[in-house]
Design a protein around this ligand. Structure first.
Ligand code: C2E
Ligand code: MG
Ligand code: MG
Length: 737
């Protein structure tokens, strides 16, 4: 019985030996571990010329457990180890197996234990725990037994290996689908297909090629290229399909792309198409006829892959959209930000180009024309700079340029707009405003850089239109800080966090309170007070000052009415009016109508204008002032003496009062103790018949001096600081007492 069995085994072995091995197939690697050199020789002779599954065997040799460890570490494709149990120590062999399984995590390597002494046989539990294939005493292992054991071991090694490859393929596909938005997504996915297919078809991980005919618009695809390949084909990755040197592979893949279907035969070709027209062809070099099971598996695999591929392509397009401007086919803002972050040291200039009057081009002509303009500019930008320069569309009509100063400078950018553009057959001269920012080593975050530069550019548009100029990083940052403050101010204004305080105006001779000046205050949400000298200029720049100014008039007049109702009628209310407000065409109309609404009596409301209003057309100002005064509203010139208005203008303006700036009363200009300028102003006022107020009176001496020089009214810390409305009423009560 035993004999016949062995004969059969021998026959099948000999049969396999006769089969001519495929030339290119790798050999099974078998490691012999034994401290007796004779055993090595005997084993090799016994197994010489053996062929398993069409492949020959290559023997490796180790004479101690130590050497064996090194060998497994170096060769991860060892199929079987023929292992002596007793070597350096009685259990050196078992310790080696433990090392392979537990430390190296190698579970594919098959182990056939051999021992000279049956007494050293390991426990059955050990054999199970270490996944040992076979255990034989050396005398038991006849030549034929050895063949049989080896064949079984090699086959099971191959199965485990395939399962592992299968699992790896699945893992790759899963991993690929989790980061498909990465540019590598499609390639990782293709690699996953390769691995998976090889495992399914039980072929070594090579002989598979994927070609993708990618087309973003579904019509004209770019020429197919090798997306992923394994084994000896991997050197073709990235190559165009047309230049693949192996004619057979090339033809098969091309056929697959034209046939657009799977084919199973001598070779296997698979085809996957995405709904947008992109497609992948895979080629597998299979030397055996596929079994029905294999084909079924393949079918299942293909239908799943096709869906996954569709998703991959879709995701790629989404990520392209996220990084590319679809109209101009230029990188968009996102991608520009990434490029600034990754810039090399040579890219030391960032430029933002904003086409002047583009909104008009778009609305007056039409959007199609606007698109054509953008395309023309994009094209000229591309032609004007080398490929080392990054060009992106980062806003509606704003282009971003990143490059070396040698190339990216004011001259180069101005040159782009020098000659007229030809747009849809029409000659058009374009101009643009450009802000350039020198980038230093300090890697400020790209987003910050871009924001700062965009804001500086926006501001440059109002006073440097059509020019290219350098921004200081510090200025750009300051511009941004102003913008942020403006946004906060806007929010605060709508959340009613602005309020007015009132500073009493007193008659210098009697010390009687005759009026108040309304002064604006901003307390931020965090409770921080921002002085009006800081936020008012920002509000003025943005036009926000107009609604705020109107609110000030209303609030102050309301308080004046409240004062009257509380028993303090006849107090004059002075309100500061910004030149931006005053310039509004309907300023007078609005002011007068609000004053009427509150029933303000003539002379009880006074607007304070600074000399800067006089910069505008003087005739128009005079007309407006006349209208204001005609409605019973008084006008005073604030901070008088600090501006540039000539005597002549003061005469023409025809105002009621001059407010002497506090710098001439308590500030730097008064230090000489002579109050000389204050004196001149007071003389002038007397000559012109104007009333006066001295601002910033802080000491009794100052009060006496200005009074002696003929000033009637005064304001200052000597009398009171600006107060909230409630405090102001309290203050009035006290001062009457
Ligand atoms: P201004 O109109 O000349 O207001 C007088 C400024 O002097 C106020 O500063 C006031 O607090 C301050 N002051 C008053 N007495 C003294 C004193 O004895 N010593 C010193 N050192 N300072 C004194 P404030 O409130 O910071 O306002 C600054 C400027 O902001 C105002 O100067 C005015 O030009 C502007 N402003 C304030 N409120 C408004 C407003 O509602 N609209 C407009 N357009 N501008 C406003
Ligand atoms: Mg004032
Ligand atoms: Mg003033």
């Amino acid at each position: 019985m035993i004999t016949s069995e062995t004969d059969e085994e021998l026959m099948s072995f000999l049969g396999e030996r006769d089969a001519a091995p495929a030339v290119e197939k790798p050999r099974w690697r078998v490691l012999i571990v034994d401290d007796e050199p004779d055993v090595h020789k005997a084993t090799e002779i016994a197994l010489s010329g053996v062929v398993i599954e069409g492949r020959t065997v290559e023997f490796l040799h180790a004479y101690s457990a130590q050497q064996a460890r090194l060998c497994v570490e170096q060769h991860d494709d060892l199929a079987v180890v023929l292992l002596d149990v007793v070597m350096e120590t009685p259990d050196a062999g078992l310790q080696f197996v433990r090392y392979v399984r537990e430390e190296l995590g190698n579970h594919a390597l098959r182990v056939i234990l051999r021992t000279g002494q049956p007494g050293y046989a390991p426990e059955i539990d050990t054999i199970r725990a270490f996944d040992i294939n076979d255990y034989k005493t050396k005398s038991e292992l006849t030549r034929v037994r050895l063949f049989t054991s080896l064949t079984v071991a090699v086959r099971s090694y191959w199965q485990i290996h395939q399962l592992e490859a299968n699992r790896r393929g699945l893992e790759m596909i899963v991993a690929a689908s989790t980061d498909l938005s990465q540019p590598k997504g499609l390639q990782r996915f293709a690699e996953g297909i390769v691995t998976q297919l090889c495992a399914l078809l039980s072929v070594p991980e090579e002989g598979v090629v994927c070609a993708a005919a990618n087309s973003s618009d579904g019509h004209s695809g770019e020429s197919p290229y090798i997306l992923a390949a394994a084994g000896r084909y991997s050197q073709w990755i990235g190559m165009s399909l047309a230049s693949v040197p192996d004619q057979r592979v090339r033809v098969e893949l091309e056929r697959s792309l034209t046939d657009r279907r799977h084919h199973f035969g001598q070779t296997t070709r698979l085809f996957f198409s995405a709904s947008d027209g992109g497609s992948i062809a895979a080629f597998v070099d299979v030397d055996h006829q596929l079994s029905n099971v294999d084909l079924e598996l393949l079918g299942l695999f293909c239908s799943n892959i096709a869906v996954a591929f569709d998703n991959t392509v879709l995701l790629k397009r989404i990520s392209d959209l996220a990084y590319e401007d679809s109209l101009l086919k230029l990188p968009n803002r996102n991608s520009f930000v990434a490029r600034i972050n990754q810039r090399g040291p040579e890219a030391d200039v960032l430029a933002l180009i904003d086409i002047d009057g583009f909104a008009d081009i778009n609305s007056v002509l039409d959007q199609e024309f606007g698109d054509a303009v953008l395309k023309a500019v994009a094209q000229r930008l591309r032609e004007s700079f080398s490929t080392a320069v990054e060009i992106a569309r980062i806003g509606n009509d704003v282009f971003g340029i990143l490059g070396a100063h040698d190339e990216v400078n004011t001259g180069a950018i101005e040159a782009v707009f020098l000659s007229p553009y030809e747009i849809v057959g029409e000659k058009l001269r374009l101009s643009a405003t450009t802000g350039l920012l020198r980038l230093d080593e300090d890697r400020e975050k790209a987003v910050e850089l871009l924001k700062n530069a965009s804001i500086a550019l926006k501001q440059a548009k109002s006073f440097n239109r059509g020019k290219a100029l350098y921004f200081e990083a510090a200025h750009a940052a300051a511009a941004r800080a102003r913008m942020q403050m403006l946004n906060r101010l806007r929010l605060s204004f709508s959340a009613e966090r602005l309020f007015l305080v009132y500073q009493p105006v007193v008659e210098l001779t009697s010390g009687r309170i005759v009026g108040a000046e309304a002064l604006l205050r901003w307390r931020t949400e965090q409770g921080e007070f921002i002085p009006p000298d800081t936020f008012i200029p920002i509000a003025e720049q943005s036009g926000l000052m107009v609604p705020i100014g109107e609110w000030v008039v209303r609030t102050a007049l309301q308080f004046q009415r409240q004062l009257a109702l509380s028993g303090y009628p006849g107090l004059r209310m002075a309100i500061n009016v910004s030149h931006v407000q005053f310039r509004e065409p309907d300023f007078v109309e609005k002011l007068v109508s609000i004053a009427r609404e509150f029933g303000t009596l003539p002379g009880m409301l006074e607007i304070e204008l600074t000399e800067s209003v006089a910069i505008d057309n003087i005739k128009l100002i005079v007309k407006k002032l006349t209208a204001v005064r005609g409605a019973g509203i008084a006008v005073s010139i604030d901070d008088f003496g600090t501006g540039y208005s000539s005597l002549n203008i003061v005469r023409q303006l025809n105002v009621d009062r001059l407010k002497i700036d506090r710098s001439f009363i308590s500030g730097a200009e008064s230090r000489d103790g002579n109050f000389s300028i204050a004196g001149i102003v007071l003389q002038l006022a007397a000559q012109l018949g104007l009333k006066t107020v001295a601002e910033g009176i802080e000491t009794e001496e100052q009060r006496q001096r200005v009074r002696a020089m003929g000033c009637t009214d005064g304001q200052g810390y000597l009398f009171a600081k600006p107060m909230t409305s409630d405090d102001f009423i309290g203050h009035l009560r006290n001062s009457v007492r």
